[in-house]
Design a protein around this ligand. Structure first.
Ligand code: AMP
Length: 192
């Protein structure tokens, strides 16, 4: 049973299509964590037609990253009101400045990150998974051109987080290939 009085923060890092959303749902349920997915928050803004959503749509459809400033404004209120802080972060942070801002926010709350899992999946597997998801869910950024750009944006802007968290001794690499159950059990082993 999860001890739900204590702070617990898990972060999933990995390229688009690595299975972060799938594993986030499982981990959140097992450990009674709330999922904070900046991608989902942005899609909700787009669906509601907010100013933020209208500004972000073209950036997301191109596979680029929304600015750190906008992302941090959006998540700050979600995080700072919590006690205890029990969060599963999916798709945030995605840049070093976002990671630094998160560290300082969590530091103020006395709730440092407990674990970071890097889900590793190669580029061709990602493209085929996301093309499949695009045809099933109709996500406007799951087209081949945007997928390839998202992979290169990941390599350039998000991958540096792996070294950032390894340096803090928080990182566990996980092979993201195989069934969701197989990946979940690798993550579980890393939590033990
Ligand atoms: P996701 O659902 O996590 O794949 O996010 C979909 C898209 O939303 C990304 O390709 C980015 O354009 C944008 N996005 C989501 N999270 C972030 C973030 N933390 N920083 C910048 N852009 C983001």
């Amino acid at each position: 049973m999860a001890n739900t009085d204590t702070n617990f923060v898990i972060l999933l890092v990995g390229p688009p299509g690595a299975g972060k959303g799938t594993q986030a749902a499982r981990l959140a349920e097992a450990h009674e964590l709330e999922i904070l997915s900046t991608g989902e928050m942005l899609r909700a803004h787009i669906a509601e037609g907010t100013e933020l959503g209208n500004n972000a749509k073209a950036i997301i459809d191109a596979g680029e990253l929304v600015s750190d400033h906008i992302i941090l404004e959006m998540v700050r209120g979600e995080i700072e009101s919590r006690s205890p802080v029990r969060l599963l972060l999916d798709g945030f942070p995605r840049t070093i400045p976002q990671a630094e801002a998160l560290d300082s926010l969590l530091g103020e709350l006395g709730a440092p990150i407990n674990h970071v899992f890097e889900l590793k999946v190669d580029a061709e597997e990602i493209v085929s998974r996301l093309l499949q998801r695009g045809s099933e869910l109709g996500r406007s950024d799951d087209t081949e051109e945007t997928i390839r750009n998202r992979i290169s944006v990941y390599e350039q802007q998000t991958k540096p987080l792996v070294a950032y968290y390894a340096k803090q001794h928080l990182l566990t690499e996980v092979d993201g290939l195989g069934t969701p159950d197989a990946v979940a059990s690798r993550i579980k082993a890393g939590l033990a």
